[in-house]
Design a protein around this ligand. Structure first.
Ligand code: HEC
Length: 183
């Protein structure tokens, strides 16, 4: 009886300790992707981490324009429309202008432009996942705008705003990771 009780207590404690770490139950929604798309997705994710790290390096070096460029062109989902435009020789200024217009478009217009550019969409993903992606673009776009407008003599206030904007990005990374897993 005591042994039974001790076992029960151990089980309860294990759940109590592990639950806050998220080990007790994995409630993430499962997204099933074809093998190739899943591989591409994982590679893209690894490049998000690399991109984020490079943004931090650029900020540490005081190169805010570079930080903005990485946020705009390298934190992306799907073979990217901006990378595609750069590959076709469009200037940074032109891409930046188009990006602004793109953000104001409705989903159908965005899809149309992506189709015209021959860029893969995110059609296979659930719509709630796509909303997460939109939040991600919102956060990276806000950061880029801020970073671009930092003057030659950055103030403590500039750094405070930049870090708040970076945290907006990581909170979207974190939110999506808490909600979804791939199979
Ligand atoms: C829209 C959703 C979403 C966003 C936003 C997102 N991720 Fe992910 N990420 C995922 C999913 C889904 C996985 C796969 C998780 C699994 O299956 O366990 C993943 C996996 C990863 C992995 C592991 C890749 C591997 O080698 O297995 C890394 C690293 C990663 N993400 C980094 C990031 C970073 C950094 C950001 C933000 C800058 C980010 N992700 C934003 C959905 C997202």
């Amino acid at each position: 009886m005591i042994r039974f009780f001790a076992f029960g207590l151990a089980a309860v404690l294990t759940v109590m300790v592990c639950a806050p770490l998220g080990y007790a139950a994995d409630n993430r929604e499962i997204m099933v992707l074809p093998e190739k798309a899943r591989m591409e997705f994982v590679i893209e994710m690894q490049s998000h981490l690399v991109g984020f790290d490079e943004i931090l390096s650029a900020i540490a070096e005081g190169d805010f324009k570079e930080a903005a460029r990485i946020a705009e062109n390298h934190l992306n989902f799907g073979r990217n429309i901006w990378v595609e435009m750069a590959a076709r020789g469009l200037s940074r200024e032109k891409i930046s202008g188009m990006r602004k217009r793109y953000r104001a478009m409705n989903p159908a217009e965005k899809q149309k432009l992506r189709n015209e550019m021959g860029v893969r969409g995110n059609e296979r993903l659930p719509s709630s996942f796509n909303s997460s992606i939109q939040l991600f673009y919102g956060a990276t776009g806000d950061f880029a705008e801020l970073a671009k407008n930092v003057g030659d003599e950055p103030t403590p206030d500039d750094y405070e705003k930049l870090f708040a904007a970076l945290q907006q990005i990581t909170s979207v990374c974190r939110g999506c990771h808490t909600a979804y897993q791939l199979r």
